[in-house]
Design a protein around this ligand. Sequence first.
Ligand code: PEP
Length: 245
Amino acid sequence: MLFVANWKMYGSASQLLAYCERLLPQLEQCPHTVVLCPPYPLLAQAVMLCAGSGAAVGAQNCHWAREGAFTGEVSPFLLAETGASWVIVGHSERRQLFGESDDTAAARAQAAQEAGLNVVFCVGETLAQRQAGETFAVLEKQTALLGKLDPERLVVAYEPVWAIGTGHNATPEQVAEAHAFILGRLEGLTGQGVPVLYGGSVKPQNAGELLSTPGVAGALVGGASLDAASFYAIMQAAPATGAKG
Ligand code: PEP
């Protein structure tokens, strides 16, 4: 399974060091793929700390251009130069707080892949959309442009907005239904299977149930990933797959 730690705008250099000292030795025995996504200024340090370990490093967003007059933005090509190999794109906090759209998310993802990065593309409905019975229509729209991406370097994260950072995770039934829809949709768009992660208030206490749900290939973890012990406990709750991945 794949486990992605989204640190959001939390953390510091000293916290990253202590975290890696605690987490990385444990990954030697771990059958899963692990990606740490700290804030941009910590990426190079994270790459250094993770070298030779089982963990890869990712960013939390990127721009769609190689370079340009885009103050405050970060090129995916520069991210790749740091040694990062992954990037999260289209996170609901980017969509809701910073006005990102399906179009710009897809453009960022495409540029990221051109830079050689693997993409975690986030989708998910708001509570109002779910209550209005629009969940599948929203997921269909949010995934509409993913056929342009290389499926070999694409992972989709189903993150219902109402479950992110709220402590209220989706039920296994809701997850199974959404994942089945996304898997079918991606198969239709790309002609092959694409892993789908669940994200939204995953913690050690609910990870076993969520990760055993059909169609779940791992987790995108926010709050609980800031603590090495709880992030590792989430991985340990995963059903054994026998193989790395
Ligand atoms: C996230 O940031 O993608 C996320 C799922 O956050 P949390 O685990 O805190 O809900």
